[in-house]
Design a protein around this ligand. Structure first.
Ligand SMILES: [Fe+2]
Ligand SMILES: [Fe+2]
Length: 169
């Protein structure tokens, strides 16, 4: 599979952000026909991106940037996963389908802003640490390839929350 090259881990994540924003914009402009395919693509992209961030990127910065920044990112991901799983299980004929995709885009825009915001944002904090962003990129590229292959071959399982308890005891 052709792999784009990125200067470092943050460049890779920002490219993912631009890609999914483009897909959301296509969805908003699409006729009914292509909507299901675009929504599935959006959900797959988001599942791969959040997995790579949660497994590799975020843990590399624990103890090195503000805890609140990282904690809020996990909770925001979990909020998005509820809609991702629901959209994947549904179809464009369902009530609220377009609204779910629209609201997911709003949530993602907010989350991406928190990550990319100049000086205070997560990535700006990450750049000030001693973490090797090129080594991190290599780990992320191989995990991403693995997940993309899994998505193509058998599909990815529903997104799993990591911070939010969906069914409090
Ligand atoms: Fe991200
Ligand atoms: Fe994120």
């Amino acid at each position: 599979m052709a792999q784009e090259s990125f200067t470092d881990a943050i460049a890779l994540l920002k490219a993912d952000h631009r890609k999914v924003e483009g897909l959301f914009e296509q969805f908003a402009a699409a006729a009914a026909g292509p909507k299901a395919k675009l929504a599935r693509q959006i959900c797959t992209e988001l599942k791969i991106h959040t997995t790579v961030e949660e497994e590799i990127f975020y843990p590399a910065f624990r103890g090195k940037i503000e805890d609140d920044t990282l904690d809020e990112a996990y909770v925001e991901h979990d909020g998005a996963k509820v809609l991702v799983n629901d959209i994947e299980a549904g179809s464009p004929e369902d009530d609220f389908y377009d609204a779910k995709v629209t609201v997911l885009f709003e949530e993602i825009k907010h989350h991406v802003h928190e990550e990319e915001m100049p000086s205070e944002g997560m990535f700006a904090q990450c750049r000030k640490t001693d973490v090797d962003l090129v080594a991190l990129r290599d780990l992320m590229v191989s995990r991403k390839q693995e997940l993309m292959l899994q998505a193509e071959r058998e599909g990815l399982p529903p997104a799993q929350p990591r911070a939010v308890n969906l069914q409090p005891a």
